[in-house]
Every structure is written in C-alpha cells, then in structure tokens.
Design a binder for this molecule. Sequence first.
Ligand SMILES: Nc1ncnc2c1ncn2[C@@H]1O[C@H](COP(=O)(O)OP(=O)(O)OP(=O)(O)O)[C@@H](O)[C@H]1O
Ligand SMILES: [Mg+2]
Length: 458
Amino acid sequence: MNRISIKLGLLFLMFILIIEAALFFYLYSGLANTRISEELESLRLRGNSHREVLEKHHDSATLNHVALMESEAETDVVITDKTGGIISSSRPLIQGARKAVEKWKGKSLTYKGEIMQGDWKSTPYIATASPIKKGRQQFGTVYMFKNTNDIHEMIARLQHHFYVAGAVSILFSIVTIFALSKFITAPLIKMKKATEKLSQGDLSVKLGAHSRDELGQLGMSIQSLANELQRLRKERNEFLSSISHELQTPLMYLKGYADVARRPSNTPQERDKYLAIVEEEAGRISQLVKDLFQLAQVDQHTFFIQKQKVELATYLHTICAHFHLALKEKEMELDISCSQGLYISLDPERFQQVIINLLDNAMKYSKEGTKIDLMVKKSAESLTITLKDQGIGIPEKDLPYVFDKLYRVEKSRSRKSGGYGLGLSIVKEIVEAHGGEITITSETGKGTTVEIALREDG
Ligand SMILES: Nc1ncnc2c1ncn2[C@@H]1O[C@H](COP(=O)(O)OP(=O)(O)OP(=O)(O)O)[C@@H](O)[C@H]1O
Ligand SMILES: [Mg+2]
C-alpha cells in the first residue's frame, strides 16, 4: 500500500471513476428521456391522424375502420362522443383504458393533442388524447394507448449496453492507469534505489538515459552527485597515498641519521652534522604538515575570507620586502610596477600567501642574475596581477597539472628545492575563494607568467 505507483493509481482511478459515472449517468438519462419523448410524440401524432380522418368522415364505417386498424397495431384506440361516452375502441383493449377514459371525461384539450399519461414507470401504459372538432365545437375525442412493456424492454436494453460499456471502460481505465503510474514512478523507484546505494557507500550508480522533464533532471543531479563523490573518493585516496609516499623519504632519512648519530664512535663534529640533518628533515616534514593544514582549511567550504580594502602598491611592497635578502643572495632583481592609490578588497592574510608562494616559485625555478616582474593592471571591471619570471619554465605537457596537489614537474628536484608541490594548489584555492581566476603560461627555458584576475567588486 505504501508504493507510490499504487497510491497514484488509486487516486487517478477514483477521479476517473467519478467522472465516468457522472458522464454515463448524464448520457443514459438523456438517451432514455429522448426515446420516451419520441414514443409519446409518435402516439400523439397517430391519434391526431385518426382524428383528422374522423373529422372528415364521422360515420360508423370509419369508426370501425380506425378501431380495426388499431386492433392490429401495438397501440390501442378509444373514441368517445362529445359527452365522453365510448363509441368505438380497438380490441383487445389494454387493461385500465376504459377507466382512464371515464376519469378524463370533460377535461379541456388543446387541438394539437395532449399527453394524458406520460409516467411510464408506475403505470402499465402511456396515453394521449386528440379532440375531434368541427368549427369551434368538439364532438368527440380520440384516446391513444400504448403498453409500457416495450418501453421497459427498451430501457432495460439501454441499461445493459451501459453496464457493458461501463465495465469495459473501467477495466481499461484500471489497466491504463496502473501501467501509466508504473511508467511514471519507475524512474523514481530507480532513483530511490540509487540514493540508497549511495548512502551505503556504493558509488557505482548508473541511472541511464533520461527524459528532459523534472524527473530526468533529478536523475541527472543524482548521477552527477554520484560521479562527483566517486571523483572525490578517488582523489582522496590518491592524495593520501601520495602524502604517505612523500612522508616516507624524510622519515627514512630521519631514522637513518638518528641511528648514525647514536653511534658511540662519532666525534662531536660528526654528531652535530648528523643532528643538523635530522633537524633539517624534521623541518621539512613540519613544513609539509603546515602546508597540508593550510590546504585543508582552504579546501573546506567553511573557509572564511575576511575582506578589507587595501592599497595595493603598499601591500605588495610590504610582502616583497621579506624576499629582499633571498633575492640579493641569488643576485636576482624584482621589479614591482603598480600605480599608487589602487584599492581593492581582499583578505590580506590569505592573499599574502598567494604572493609569497608565487614569488617563491619564481625564485626557486630561476637561475641567478635573472629578473622577476610584478605588474598590476587595472581595467574597467577587473584588476590583473601578473608575475613574470625568466626561469626554467614549465613543459607544455605538465602545464595543466601544476595546480594539482603534490604535482611537481621534476620529482627528483624536490629534495634540492624543498617543495612538495602544494604551493600552487593553495594559491588557486585562495584566488578562487576571492572570486578571482588564475592562469599560467610558460615556455621552457624562457620563463613563466602567472596572471591573477580579480573582480573590482570582489
Ligand atoms: N615559476 C615557475 N617556473 C618554473 N616551474 C614552476 C614555476 N612555478 C611552478 N613550477 C612548477 O610547478 C610545480 C608545482 O608548483 P608548486 O608551487 O605547486 O610546488 P613546489 O614549488 O614544487 O612546492 P611548494 O610550493 O609546495 O613548496 C613545481 O614543482 C614546478 O615544477
Ligand atoms: Mg611552490
């Protein structure tokens, strides 16, 4: 009873039955009434035609002739004189006709004929009366009678037809409605099963082809939800295995050097050297964990951007000042071109990370003596921050993946340069959380350009 197809089906069926019953009743009573009116009308016309003959020839021969005609027909006739006395009638006469004629004696009648008994249900006959007139004077009446058996039979036949038609149409309605409701609810049931599977952790949901209606759209949403969950699960697994892989190497170093440092044969200098390596490796792990934590924060939808208006030139100069020493050491030059008085709203804490990571890359992946350009351009509705270096560049095949977590062009370089491939993923997340867009272009051997477009209102 709890199946939606049954509920829908019963509801439809109830409505259809009510409508069908009303229509059938209307049709049936209309047909029955028309047939009975036709019977009464033909009886009246028959009486009128006898009356017309009798008006022309009111003699006993004609009277007998009319009576004889009606004796052979299904109808009966009673002819009275002007006092109401019966002067002729067909034989055998329907029961109760004489009494009725007695009763109707003296009733005023219109010339076109009157229906004397139209109630076919409770009396055994229907009857009409047509006055016979000469000038204004009535000198008799033709009463016509007809047995209602025929009418009862006709109505019974009609009822029978209606019962058959009704039963067939109800049967058809039941079959059609249940087939239809099954057809409508089938995709719903499929989706219910799919979401059950999803909630149990089975993401291999296939909902197949869909219609374009609301149900189809719902199915498509469930399918894309399942696909997205599947993608996320795959990504998470890959990420976890990369992380454990990344941790493996420094931990191996830690363990190895700690073992070596423990040897009693070590001179104090040797021990210091080994402990310095242990410290360095521990530092690397700690950096990785810090980056991961930051990424996790940025990744969450709860990541909260607290924007405030900043004057861009001052802001950028302050951040870049931290790189002063490192740049000098590498004999590199940083050129900042940003006009004064440009205000933009951003989260200064978070956005600082973007500039730091990008500058870090530009320095890390450039040779000594090269130059880095940091430029800010303002157009009608957006503001572009560009960082351009003259470094080693990124091969075209790697370019689409540099924003992926833990992606590095040269894995082997990582120990030397110290990166884990998280910098650009963090940058991208922060820029997108600001409603901005980041693009990277590069040419191996020539340099890399990173462009951040921020909307003025954002
Ligand atoms: N300016 C650049 N020039 C050349 N290669 C770059 C540049 N920026 C990024 N890359 C390449 O893209 C990879 C990913 O960069 P990303 O900043 O995400 O990681 P990372 O610098 O290796 O490590 P981390 O930033 O986590 O310390 C880098 O390993 C490097 O190969
Ligand atoms: Mg980096």
